[in-house]
Design a protein around this ligand. Structure first.
Ligand code: DX5
Ligand code: ZN
Length: 247
């Protein structure tokens, strides 16, 4: 491996994890954008991989992940919006480039357990993503074999879309289920996350916030991250209090 995994700095289990999405950065200055997010206090970077088939857009490939890995020491959460992440050794190529966690979609046209196994076998945390219209039940049989469940709160393919409140109920159900586990998975939300919607999703039990436009578009990213973290933390503690009393 061209980089040492133990040089990656994972901060001591923050209750709320904030991941700026590089899709919203200026593609002419991606290295600067990655460094800026790290300096602003991001817990990791989120990289969106689009194949022009699963979603109607193309974005970046393993080389961009590799560039980010070279620039920053925080983890790289890589979101594969691909119909066939299992082909052409894509899983292994993104892992070699530095992805961890690596997230595939439940709607992908591949053998899901096998893809998750390949990620795990490579020593990387596997995650499973659901589109806004995909029911929670669709991941029931795989949920124990992943470290992260990612709920899309927009139809994937583009940054800058409006958050869909219809996913709040799904987040709540997934969060309650995760909360009851001995080792809860991370519950992430991606799409239209800003200060206001971050509060809404963390109130329902989400712990990982992926935000592109709101963070890269902020005049002061460090301040935007701090404000988002504080507000999200307060909202999440309301969720945990409620979840404890409802057991
Ligand atoms: C959408 C991507 C998101 C996107 C979020 O397909 O998966 O990660 O970058 O961008 P914003 O925060 O602008 O909605
Ligand atoms: Zn994403």
């Amino acid at each position: 491996m061209w980089f040492e995994r133990d040089t990656i700095v994972t901060k001591p289990k923050p209750d709320i994890v904030i991941l700026p999405s590089l899709l919203a950065a200026d593609f002419g200055h991606l290295e600067d954008a990655a460094r800026k997010a790290e300096a602003a206090g991001a817990d990791g970077l989120h990289l969106d991989i689009m194949d022009g088939h699963f979603v109607p857009n193309l974005s970046m490939g393993p080389d961009v992940v590799k560039m980010a890995r070279r620039c920053v020491r925080i983890p790289l959460s890589v979101h594969l919006m691909m119909s066939r992440p299992d082909r052409f050794n894509f899983i292994e190529r993104f892992i070699d480039a530095g992805a961890d966690p690596l997230l595939i979609h439940i709607e992908a046209e591949c053998d899901i357990p096998d893809a998750l196994r390949r990620i795990r076998t490579a020593g990387v945390k596997p995650g499973l993503t659901l589109n806004p219209d995909t029911p929670v039940e669709s991941i029931a049989q795989y949920v124990d074999s992943v470290d992260e469940v990612l709920c899309m709160s927009v139809h994937p393919g583009y940054g800058g879309q409006k958050f869909m409140p219809s996913v709040l109920n799904k987040i709540h159900r997934l969060a309650l289920a995760a909360h009851r586990r001995e080792k809860p998975q991370s519950l992430s939300v991606d799409g239209g996350i800003d200060l206001n919607t971050a509060v809404q999703v963390c109130r329902q039990g989400a712990t990982v916030l992926i935000a592109g436009t709101a963070l890269f578009g902020a005049p002061d990213m460090a301040l935007a991250i701090r404000e988002m973290r504080d507000a999200a933390r307060a909202a999440y503690s309301q969720f945990t209090q409620e979840a404890q009393t409802s057991v």
